[in-house]
Design a protein around this ligand. Structure first.
Ligand SMILES: [Zn+2]
Length: 310
């Protein structure tokens, strides 16, 4: 058994995960990040202690964090979702608990979950890309999780793909997540509607990615244009990643992945267009399997991967 915590901007979810990757007990608290670091820290301790009451012999607690970690994986350097900068979460938890605490970026946690029990099970060279409000990534090379010199190795959402009509939250222009996230899909359709293009989307008061995906499936011209544009940039990004590290498989997760093969086929077609060696070095592109519990399952399995950089 293992304890995994998925610390998100909306909810803190913790669970006991068995060796088959099943979440046996789950506890949830609302994050309410406006309360500040100390309040969330105390909630984390309470939630972990609740789980320890059920399984008292646990020696490690794994936590997935929506942010950038320091080189020793002890400090959260920056988490825009939680409004945290330079907080020593590992140390602050370890003085309150008898367990060892391991921290990891949440996209990396999802990647570990998929590698341990899901779509990229036991793959030696695999990339996971999560398409949500932003875009996250996790990379496994030679069965090891890659986090880089500064912990930002798989920030694929901020690879610059070309100029775009709005700036990324990170301050740059042209990041992948401004072309290919759920947010990007909505921004693009809003922009085109303002230009006066005719579309069934015009009747919606507030657009979201699900509406756009569903309308694209139903054949709406603008929705299709937006999804094709998203797939094109993902295809470009995947081919670039393949040029660099050549994964055998890509798992696509996050909120947009619900669109299933409709989206995946478009990403596969776009990727084929940009691959340098489409005749013999074509990666598989599949859907992630573990959905909402991936963060908990990955966090509970951190100790099986080398994640400490120093
Ligand atoms: Zn960016």
């Amino acid at each position: 058994m293992g304890i995994g915590i998925d610390l998100g901007g909306t909810a803190i979810k913790g669970g006991l995960v068995n060796t088959q990757g099943q979440v046996l007990e789950e506890r949830t608290k609302l994050t309410e990040s406006h309360r500040g670091y100390q309040a969330i820290l105390e909630d984390l301790v309470e939630l972990i202690n609740d789980l320890l009451e059920i399984s008292p012999n646990e020696t490690i607690v794994g936590i997935g964090i929506p942010g950038i970690l320091s080189g020793d994986c002890g400090t959260i350097v920056s988490s825009p979702n939680l409004h945290w900068k330079n907080v020593a979460l590992k140390k602050d938890l370890e003085v309150r608990l008898t367990q060892k605490v391991l921290l990891v970026n949440d996209a990396t946690a999802a990647c570990i979950a998929e590698a341990s029990f899901g779509s990229i099970f036991k793959k030696a060279n695999a990339m996971m890309i999560t398409l949500g409000t932003g875009i996250g990534g996790g990379l496994i090379l030679g069965h090891k999780i890659i986090t880089g010199a500064h912990g930002v190795a798989t920030e694929v959402g901020h690879m610059v793909m070309g100029e775009n009509f709005y700036n990324c939250g990170c301050g740059k222009n042209g990041c992948l997540e401004t072309f290919a996230s759920a947010t990007a899909l909505v921004r693009y359709c809003d922009m085109r509607l303002k230009q006066g293009i005719s579309s069934t989307l015009a009747k919606e008061k507030i657009l979201n990615a699900k509406i756009i995906m569903d309308e694209a499936k139903a054949g709406d011209v603008l929705a299709l244009e937006a999804v094709d544009r998203l797939a094109k940039y993902l295809g470009m990004a995947i081919s670039n990643i393949s040029d660099l590290v050549d994964p055998e498989i890509y798992a696509i997760g996050g909120g947009l992945a619900y669109a299933g093969d409709f989206l995946l086929d478009k990403i596969r077609t776009a990727t084929m267009k940009y691959l340098t060696y489409p005749d013999f070095a074509v990666p598989e592109i599949v859907l992630a399997q573990l959905k909402n519990e991936a963060g908990i399952i990955g966090a509970a399995n951190l100790s099986h991967y080398i994640i400490t950089r120093k």
